[in-house]
Design a protein around this ligand. Structure first.
Ligand code: AMP
Length: 706
């Protein structure tokens, strides 16, 4: 399908080496975001951006098949299994879907199907429900198990939670059982679990009132509610399902998707009524257009239309790619645009002092969420778009994408609307602001700026950094106002006694001030104390050093695994670390030498916060492999080890394990079915180890002699 259209630009100019490096970088970024999305329900980038990374990688793999990694994320469905739920293997793989981003791509796919079968097959069109996939298994007509999609092969056991979703039948209607091919076999049915919009909004209002974290959209709310450790919480959330598929076409005596939907209805499932069986391309396009039209008025979110070849025999003939059926396509709706009023442009002070203009909008519902604010990035951007307070502006959003102000509708501009003028002083502390040469951002450089201090504190407790559960903005702000928190080390001296009495600035019906209370205070102190054990990379990230995000912090810690080592590194040495450039090195070096920062770090250390990377099995292990770099490829079948486990064992001896082969690689370990890394090793003359040789290295820590 239209992969080449978006992904292939510029590929022709790449050398094989550049392509290989870019593919490695893309793979890493995709893996990281897959984990954030599926395991943590906390996406950092939009779905569209994620899809685009995936398309780029796929296009490169198509252009350079010899460089494609056998374990590439393009060959997998996203998702991992969290440890707290037990794993369930699906009866057959739960696939993802390929996307058509516009009508032309949808047409292209339908033409492909026409060519494949020699005629256009009947196509079953359904709404693409924007929820979370679920697989529900019945044995002898009784619900026995429910699982999330996970990585497609193995999902998480969420049976106890799904049993509390009202529209999921516990027992299949007896009349429907006659169509089950093998009455003794388990029957796995699949669909989407979702949260209606109104329930999502009510849930967020409640969370807001209680000062808790709100969900970004109904999909995250559904996924989060489904994966609760306590099923009574799932029960309290208004979840619903639409079921639309079966794990195997042979499991039921039905001939196609349309009949399957009918059977599902007769068995007692909730099946979406908006479906169409089309015999021409025009009818399909028409269904997509009508669904888009209807989107806003539906009580739940949809993000497109799924078009499936109706007949099972034809589906079976088309088969699957490694991640998706060839006989189905998801037509994705285009980003939504709405107009609304720009009430004000406020200025936000970030933790590094950057001043960001923010559009304060008349709240408007776009692509699944209510948008009331949108970043305008910087001064130049405001002037380039020439948006003015009072303007009617066009706002665009697609799915999870951060909303964007496209520009004003100039004809609707009030006569008195004036161009925006950037502030000359910090809105928080009043200090004069500066704009450095070559920088787009205006900056407050005062060390005593309260807005920066608050942002630094919030960054420390955030999920990507020290992840202190329950320590939200409201509590942190109160503690700052009380003078009890001024830097991140202060968190560690907070006590249950003072927290339980903390007044939240609100009053109950009797007019008494609401305090945090004992239970919450105990939980908070536990969470704070628990954070002392966090990875050193999280500590580095949490300190909020300019230009240092999570992945740079990880690179840094890999090279300098303790605060002591990092402090002793010169600016040049820091620059030599993979992933760290001049600007970043200068920023770290200066940070670690600023007296205020040194003081905070020392107090954190005294409080017991880990200031060195723990090497789980490496403690006391001689670092005999220091300076050597290993690359692992293929499956370590003989050793019955995952590559991660083998990598950890090598790292414990001080080795580096990298994902790509270069001249600097010391050894490539080739398991079964090694990929292109093996060929690359041969090409570059890098020694290749087999599993036995790897075993010897892991057992002895002695570098192999080839
Ligand atoms: P994606 O994971 O974004 O590539 O899209 C595939 C997912 O769409 C599937 O795993 C389903 O969870 C979801 N989906 C929603 N509605 C449907 C539908 N009517 N038919 C098939 N899949 C659907």
């Amino acid at each position: 399908m239209g992969m080449a259209r978006t992904g292939s630009e510029g590929i022709a100019h790449l050398t094989a080496k550049e392509a290989s490096a870019r593919m490695d970088a893309l793979r890493q970024e995709i893996e990281r975001n897959t984990y954030l999305y599926y395991a943590l329900d906390a996406p950092e980038i939009s779905d569209a951006a994620y899809d685009s990374l995936m398309r780029d990688l796929r296009a490169l793999e198509e252009a350079y098949p010899e460089l494609a990694a056998p374990d590439s994320p393009t060959k997998r469905v996203g998702g991992t299994v969290e440890k707290q739920f037990s794993a369930i293997e699906h009866a057959s793989r739960m696939y993802s879907l390929d996307n058509a981003m516009d009508e032309a791509e949808l047409m292209e796919w339908m033409e492909g199907m026409e060519k494949l079968y020699g005629h256009l097959p009947e196509l079953c069109c359904e709404l693409k429900i924007d929820g979370s996939s679920i697989a529900i298994t019945y044995q002898d007509g009784q619900l026995v198990q429910a699982a999330t999609r996970g990585d497609g092969t193995t999902g998480e056991d969420v049976t106890a939670n799904v049993l509390r979703v009202r529209d999921v039948p516990r027992t299949l209607h007896a009349a429907a059982l006659g169509s089950v091919a093998d009455p003794d076999a388990p029957l796995e049915l699949r669909g989407e679990i979702y949260m209606p919009r109104s329930s999502f909004e009510a849930l967020n209002l409640e969370a807001q009132a209680e000062g808790k974290k709100q969900f970004a959209n109904p999909r995250n709310a559904a996924a989060g509610s489904l994966r609760q450790k306590d099923p009574s919480i799932t029960a309290s959330r208004d979840l619903a399902t639409f079921i639309y598929s079966v794990s195997s076409n042979a499991a039921l005596h039905v001939r196609g998707q349309w009949e399957l939907l009918e059977w599902l209805r007769s068995a007692g499932f909730h099946v979406n009524p908006d479906v169409a069986l089309c015999s021409t391309k025009e009818e399909v396009i028409q269904f997509c257009a009508a669904s888009l039209e209807k989107r806003e008025s539906l009580p739940y979110e949809i993000d497109g239309v799924v078009v499936k070849v109706n007949e099972f025999a034809l589906q079976d003939a088309a088969g699957f790619t490694s991640r998706a059926p060839k006989w189905a396509i998801a037509f994705k709706f285009p980003p939504e645009e709405k107009t609304t009023i720009l009430h004000d442009i406020t200025v936000q002070v970030g933790r590094t002092g950057a001043l960001t203009p923010v559009a304060e909008l008349e709240p408007v519902r776009i692509a699944g969420s209510v948008v009331a604010r949108a970043t305008l990035h910087n001064e130049d951007e405001v002037h380039r778009k020439d948006v003015r307070v009072g303007d009617t502006v066009i706002v665009r959003k697609a799915g999870d994408v951060i909303p964007e102000v496209l520009g004003p509708v100039v004809t609707l501009r009030p006569d008195d609307a004036l161009p925006w003028v950037a502030p000359t002083t910090c809105p928080s502390c009043g200090s004069p602001v500066i704009r450095e040469e070559g920088e787009a951002q205006i900056r407050c450089v005062s060390i005593d700026c309260p807005a920066q201090a608050l942002e630094r504190l919030l960054h420390w407790v955030s999920r990507g950094a020290m992840d202190i559960d329950g320590m939200g903005e409201e509590i942190v702000s109160r503690l700052v106002e009380m003078g009890r928190l001024s830097d991140v080390a202060d968190f560690y001296s907070l006590t249950v006694e003072e927290l339980e009495r903390l007044q939240m600035g609100r009053f109950n019906k009797e007019g008494d001030p609401i305090t945090l209370g004992h239970t919450t205070a105990v939980k908070l102190v536990e969470a704070i104390q628990g954070s002392k054990e966090r990875d050193f990379a999280r500590v580095i990230c949490g300190l909020g050093i300019r230009h240092i995000g999570k992945s740079t912090a990880e690179d840094l810690v890999e090279a300098y695994p303790s605060m002591e080592a990092m402090r002793q590194a010169s600016e040049e040495e820091l620059q030599a670390v993979y992933g760290i450039g001049e600007r970043v090195a200068a920023s770290i070096w200066a940070f670690l030498r600023t007296p205020d920062n040194v003081d905070v770090i020392e107090r954190l250390e005294r409080a017991g916060v880990a200031m060195a990377a723990v090497r789980p099995e490496g403690e006391g292990v001689p670092r005999t492999l220091e300076g050597l770099t290993f690359v692992l490829t293929g499956t370590l079948t003989g050793l019955r080890l995952s590559r991660e486990e083998a990598a950890d064992a090598l790292k414990a001896y001080g080795a580096k394990v990298s994902s790509s082969v270069s001249k600097k690689t010391s050894y490539v370990v080739a398991g079964e079915n090694p990929g292109s890394k093996y060929d690359k090793a041969v090409e570059l003359g890098v020694p290749v180890l087999d599993e036995d040789q790897l075993r010897a290295v892991m057992d002895t820590g002695v570098p192999p002699v080839i």
